[in-house]
Design a protein around this ligand. Structure first.
Ligand SMILES: Nc1ncnc2c1ncn2[C@@H]1O[C@H](COP(=O)(O)OP(=O)(O)OP(=O)(O)O)[C@@H](O)[C@H]1O
Ligand SMILES: [Mg+2]
Length: 588
């Protein structure tokens, strides 16, 4: 089965943003070539019109026949009218290509994000990711949109003007050629500074995005503790940083724009005076029309070079955005599933073999030499003090964390050699805080499962003791629950999450029981549902309630990452050890 996460992949190099961007156009090069040719033709009036203007002035000054005037007028009319169809064609082709490149970048990022490890995602703020996929892709698109036409036009004007000057007044070619090195020198002189300023603005904006995301997520806590001012202050510090970075950049761009303008206007005035002087003193055989022609050329030429230089800020910003996008596309912390063995059938035996796991920055392992075999269909409850490694165990089983040493075997096969996605499609997870998304109850229950009959959904809801929740809602299971299920109570959310787990009919079930207390009635409903869910499946449950713990076949007691006791409730009480202490204190 071809997997979308392996077929689509974009190659982008952070060190070579421009080259990477150009390579993205490869699939659309046909459209780009045609668009470019159409543009060159459509843009030709810019350098042809000065020739016609010069001709017409000479008709007047040198009293040439009137039909010369009509001829020039006719040519002007044709080239001007041509602009409409050509421009429509150009915009169609060009827009199609760049919008596709932007779409490819966005899809490429979202594909890559799905391949990246959960550790990457826990390190990276969701808002930063959002800013890359939304804003950075937009910056690139915008820069392409603005700069391609202007850049091409500048080149056309330069080449057109050079050729026709070379034919009519060869001695002025040198002045025109001079515009190129001046532009290059201006660009090179500011490039590094401009790049640094753009980079710091981007980092400030990313930081700001994550502050705003944080503020939105913390809203209920902030308000409940009357910490509004603190939250506002945190955001406004970041707003201030963005503002000051942006002002620094604007001022820099302003100075640069002004220097460019002065340089080219001076050159233009110099050119006009030189042409007039040459014509007056007859050093060169220049007619009045040719003085106008030269001056006209110089005006459009400097106009387009100035436009081009003014694009520098947009282009630097886009280069910076490409780098930002590359940070995702090149991130190497991916789950290596390609080429690994897919899991065909899972019977559900899990064996921990001297398994150790240490979080990257911590001194002490979070799981230390765990040896444990869980038989197919067995339920093991994990208990232990906070921080003893219960959640870590579940994450290792899911493959979100890879053992630092030792092994975890699924049906006798080292999980490191398996394609974890095929394993996970046979796993259901009910997390501590049940996550629902903005959508109907039915969508939430059937998330990721295709073509499911209403009867199956109904049965899952019934088994999860969730049918009464659905019945009480105005639109039944089509009722849209607010983002993260805000319109449901904690116990209701858990039962919906259990229905979701049931519908997948998993072989392995991972349950992180919510610590939050539920009232007796609600607890009973959840407990019933959980027991139904565990039936016949290998279940690892992080348990906090005595009722759940007693329903398990065995209880594993963790303490500082070590498996200190294992056995049934009665066995462990009889052993009078750690479990006994936890039980006596009613603290699981
Ligand atoms: N992402 C992380 N990076 C570094 N250390 C971590 C990380 N997550 C957990 N730890 C550490 O690993 C140890 C085990 O954490 P774990 O979350 O597995 O505990 P737990 O038993 O689930 O606790 P609780 O009952 O409070 O949920 C703790 O000491 C914790 O500080
Ligand atoms: Mg935990």
């Amino acid at each position: 089965m071809a997997n979308p996460t392996e077929t689509a992949s974009l190659t982008v190099d952070k060190a070579r943003p421009v080259r990477s961007l150009i390579s993205l156009f490869r699939p659309y090069r046909g459209s780009m070539v045609v668009a470019t040719i159409v543009f060159i033709i459509k843009d030709s009036p810019i350098w042809i019109l000065p020739i016609l203007t010069g001709n017409i002035i000479d008709v007047v000054v040198e009293h040439k026949p009137l039909n010369q005037l009509w001829l020039n007028a006719a040519i002007a009319a044709i080239i001007l009218l041509m602009n409409f169809p050509l421009n429509v064609l150009y915009v169609g082709l060009f827009s199609n290509a760049i919008r596709r490149v932007a779409a490819d970048l966005r899809n490429g990022m979202s594909t890559r994000l799905q391949m990246l490890s959960i550790s990457f995602h826990s390190r990276t703020s969701a808002s930063v990711i959002q800013s890359k996929v939304v804003r950075d892709a937009e910056n690139v698109e915008l820069a392409l949109n603005q700069s391609y036409g202007i850049g091409l036009s500048a080149i056309c004007v330069l080449v057109g003007a050079l050729i026709s000057t070379a034919i009519r007044i060869p001695s002025f070619v040198l002045v025109f050629v001079l515009t190129v090195p001046i532009a290059a020198a201006l660009m090179i002189s500011v490039r590094r500074r401009s790049s640094t300023l753009n980079e710091s603005l981007r980092h400030e904006i990313e930081r700001f995005s994550s502050r705003v995301g944080e503020m939105a997520a913390l809203m209920p806590i902030t308000r409940a503790h009357a910490l509004e001012d603190v939250a506002i202050e945190r955001v406004s510090t970041s707003v201030e940083n963005v503002r000051s970075a942006a002002v620094t950049l604007d001022k820099f761009n302003g100075r640069f724009g002004s220097i460019t303008w002065i340089s080219y206007q001076s050159l233009g005035v110099f050119c006009l005076i030189a042409a007039a002087f040459a014509a007056l003193t007859r050093v060169l055989p220049i007619t009045a029309g040719e003085v106008v022609l030269l001056s006209g050329y110089f005006t459009i030429l400097t106009g387009s070079v100035v436009n081009l230089l003014n694009l520098m800020p947009v282009m630097t910003k886009a280069r910076e955005s490409m780098r930002s996008i590359a940070e995702v596309l090149q991130e190497s912390d991916i789950e290596l599933n390609a080429g690994r063995r897919p899991v065909a059938a899972v019977s559900g035996e899990l064996r921990f073999d001297a398994l150790q796991f240490r979080y990257p920055e911590s001194k002490r392992p979070a799981l230390d030499g765990i040896d444990l075999t869980i038989s197919p269909g067995e339920t093991v409850a994990f208990v232990g003090p906070s921080g003893s490694g219960k959640s870590t165990t579940l994450n290792v089983v899911l493959g979100f964390l890879r053992p630092t040493s030792g092994r975890l075997l699924l049906d006798g096969v080292d999980m490191q050699t398996l394609d974890l996605r095929t394993f996970r499609s046979r796993v259901s997870v009910v997390p501590q805080e049940s996550v629902l998304f903005e959508g109907s109850i039915r969508d939430n229950v059937t998330y990721g499962v295709n073509e499911i009959s209403d009867d199956t959904v109904l049965q899952a809801l019934r088994d999860a003791n969730a049918l009464e929740i659905v019945d009480a809602l105005p639109d039944g299971w089509d009722t849209v629950v607010g983002e993260r299920g805000a319109r449901l109570s904690g116990g209701q959310r858990q039962r919906i999450a259990i229905a979701r787990a049931l519908i997948r009919n998993p072989r392995v079930l991972l349950l992180d029981e919510a610590t939050s207390a539920l009232d007796g009635e609600s607890e009973k409903l959840v407990q019933d549902a959980v027991e139904r869910l565990m039936e016949g499946r290998t279940t690892l449950i992080v348990a906090h309630r005595l009722s759940t713990i007693r329903a398990a076949d065995r209880i594993a007691v963790l303490d500082r990452g070590k498996l200190v006791e294992i056995g049934s409730h009665d066995e462990l009480l009889a052993a009078n050890g750690k479990y006994m202490k936890l039980h006596a204190a009613q603290r699981f």
